[in-house]
Structure formats: C-alpha cells, structure tokens
Design a protein around this ligand. Structure first.
Ligand code: PLP
Length: 389
C-alpha cells in the first residue's frame, strides 16, 4: 500500500493518531495551556520553541494534521472563526495603497470587512462579477495585490472559473484567495487548480454539529504561509483547545456526512423544482443550472446548501411560508446536522456590473441529515397552507 491511503475518508480516520498526540487513545488529548515550561534557560529563546499556549497545543497540532488531509496542502493556520480565515489574507498581504479585487458574491461580513476595515486601512476595493473568468485580467492594475473569490457564492451560487482566474493571477503576480467553505475541501481542491490560498469556515460542514466556531487557511507556498502565520501571531489570534478538539471530531466523519447532505440536497431541490410556487433553483448540481457544466468540470460533488427563488407574486408571503415550516430552523448558519432556511433578500448586495439579479424572493436552504422525505413533507404542508390563505 502507498504510504498514505488513497481515499480521504480513510486518511481522515487515521490522521493525527500519533501516540504523542493521543497518549494511546484514538483521539488527541485535550490539552489546555497558557503557561508552558521549557527544559532549560537556553530553550526560552530557541527559534521555533513552543513557549506559550497561544502558539497552540497538542490538540491544535492534531487538528492541523487532520485538516492537512483536506485540501492537498498543509493547513498553515487555524483561527477562531471562518470570518477571520477570510479576512486574515487581506491583513497579511495587502498594504496601504494596494488595490484588491473581490468577487461581488462574497459572504456579507467579508464584504463588510473590505468596505470598512480595508478601506480605512488605505486599500482600494473593487468588486467584480463572479462570472468574469479570464476577463479578470482587464481589472488588474500595477498595484493589485490580491483577488478574493467565493465559489459558489453562498447566497446566489454562481460558480467562478477558478482555474482561469488563478492562471491570470499567477501570470500577473497577484495572490489568489478563495473561500472554499461550500465544498468543505472535499468537493473542490482549489490549490490543485492553481489558487494560492484556500480558506474555510470550519464552523460549517467540517465541525458539522452547529456547536463551535473556527476557520482554517491552506497554502502550499511557504512564503505566504509564513506571512499568514505572522499576521495571526501579531494579532494574537488563538483557538481554544476545546473548539480545536470538536472541529477535529467533526472532521473524521466529514466525507460520510457530506454524501448524505449532497444526496438529500439534490432530492429536496428536485422536488422543489416541481412546485408551482418555485420560480428558480440556484444549485449547480442540477442539470438545469446555468453553472452546471463549470461545476461538473471542477467539483467532485455538491454540498447540501442551495438557493430557491419563489414566484415574484409570493413576495408578500415569504415570511408566512418560513413560519409554517416545522423541521427547518430559521437560522443564518449552515452545514450542521439540522436543516435551516433563511430569506436572503435583505442581505443581498451587488455593485459590480453584470452581477446576478434575481426576480422573486430568494430563500437559502441548508439540507441537514434528517430523512429527506420528512423535509419534503414539511415543505409540502407549508406550501399548502400558503395557497389556502
Ligand atoms: C461562505 C462563508 N464564509 C465564511 C463564513 C464565516 O464563518 P464563521 O461563522 O465561522 O465566522 C460564513 C458563515 O456563514 C460563510 O457562509
């Protein structure tokens, strides 16, 4: 057998099982530490010595070893939220006077960071249509430092031509970064496609239990990894060992859970397509989706998160419909065992020319691990009540 098993599920089960991390168990020890004692006075200032809890503990080391299996790149940093994983590359790489290009469909708080913090820091932020592909070249200036993508967009589900954008970035010396939370690093391997840095919120599919917050950053470039680690260290970022433990526990079962999220997502989405109340599904896994071919080219599967536009005339009944649902929670997160839904319109923000414009109220469903037939029955009864009013 090769040194490492071929399949991700096997590697995730066996990662970070070193005796030094587990003390003989199959899970790492839960090591809490601020103070760390070193063996001798010389060790206090030895380069790369472990001298303080903020540098991580055995539990963090185990988590990073496990995460390293995901994106075909070492996990260079774990941080305390997915939002921090998104914003850290800007803090690490962009300087006052730099220009950054950001996909118009990025997660709202990432956009808010760019509009507030980054602009105040003296960077120029420009949003581009997520479907721009290789055309991004025309937007690159002498001072463009970084391009940030999210594919698919987690509200509007556009798929970017990641290899084309990454190739332009490489040729023109611009750092490319992608928010890869939707694929959880299982279905899309951005670094294999030429992207410099991939980031994820591990609060979603990776942890899978809706009870912890975290983020992770991946790169194969040692120089970029060092800058990311320096930025994290300069800002004093750290993750609690308890959270690190929970995230690793979730990671072990990620491929299996994603299979279920994916098959149930597809089943529920196909059923929604048959409903007269539904105008459009935004889900690249569906053959009818405008991004299906691009998705199929680059992704190995689909997560259970998708959008659904109701008919425009139902706009006044959107909240009623959501309130009628019994099994879907109303909540902003996704990727957990529980199904969730939100109404997205109040948070849609687009400024780039040609970006997605939708007709009809947009809902976002996160399909959890319940039986999909129960979820469909719940949607059915909520639609029925709607039409009776
Ligand atoms: C696409 C995307 N990226 C990043 C984040 C931020 O993750 P966290 O909640 O862990 O900060 C979220 C959260 O919803 C998200 O949807």
């Amino acid at each position: 057998m090769a040194e490492k098993p071929d399949h991700l599920a096997t590697r995730l089960s066996h990662a970070a099982r070193d005796e030094a991390l587990t003390h003989g168990g199959v899970n790492p020890v839960l090591q809490r530490a601020s103070t760390v004692l070193v063996a001798s006075a010389d060790d206090l200032y030895a380069p790369d010595a472990w001298t303080y809890g903020r540098h991580g503990t055995a539990t963090h080391k185990a988590l990073k070893e496990g995460l390293s299996e995901l994106e075909n790149a070492p996990c260079c940093a774990v941080v305390s939220s997915g939002l921090l994983a998104c914003t850290l590359p800007f803090t690490a790489f962009a300087e006052p006077g730099d220009h950054v290009l950001v996909s118009d469909n990025v997660y709202g708080p990432t956009r808010r960071f760019c509009d507030r913090f980054l602009r105040r820091w003296g960077c120029e932020v420009e949003y581009f249509n997520p479907t721009i592909g290789g055309g991004i070249e025309t937007r690159i200036r002498a001072n463009t430092r970084l391009i940030f993508l999210e594919s698919p967009g987690s509200l509007t589900f556009e798929i970017a031509d990641v290899p084309a954008i990454a190739a332009v970035c490489r040729r023109m010396g611009v750092i490319s970064v992608i928010d890869n939370t939707w694929s959880a690093g299982v279905f899309l391997k951005p670094i294999d496609l030429g992207v410099d840095v991939s980031v994820q919120s591990t609060s979603k599919y990776v942890s899978g239990s809706a009870d912890t917050l975290g983020g992770a950053l991946f790169t194969r470039d040692d120089r970029l990894a060092a800058k990311l680690r320096d930025a994290a260290s300069d800002l004093g970022l750290s993750v609690s060992p308890d959270d690190a433990y929970l995230i690793l526990r979730g990671l072990r079962t990620l491929p299996l859970r994603l299979e279920r999220h994916s098959s149930s997502g597809l089943k529920v989405a196909r059923w929604l397509q048959t409903r007269a109340e539904v105008a459009k599904l935004l889900y690249p896994a569906l053959e009818t989706d405008v991004y299906h071919d691009l998705w199929k080219r680059d992704f190995k599967g689909a997560a259970g998160l998708f959008g659904c536009c109701l008919r425009p005339d139902l706009v006044g009944q959107t909240s009623q419909f959501l309130d009628e649902l019994k099994l879907f929670g109303l909540g902003f997160s996704w990727g957990g065992f529980e199904s969730l839904v939100i109404h997205c319109d109040p948070q849609l923000k687009r400024t780039a020319a040609g970006s997605t414009r939708l007709e009809g109220p947009l809902l976002r469903f996160s399909i959890g691990l319940e039986d999909p037939d129960d979820l469909i029955a719940d949607l059915d009864q909520a639609f029925d009540r709607l039409t009776r009013r």
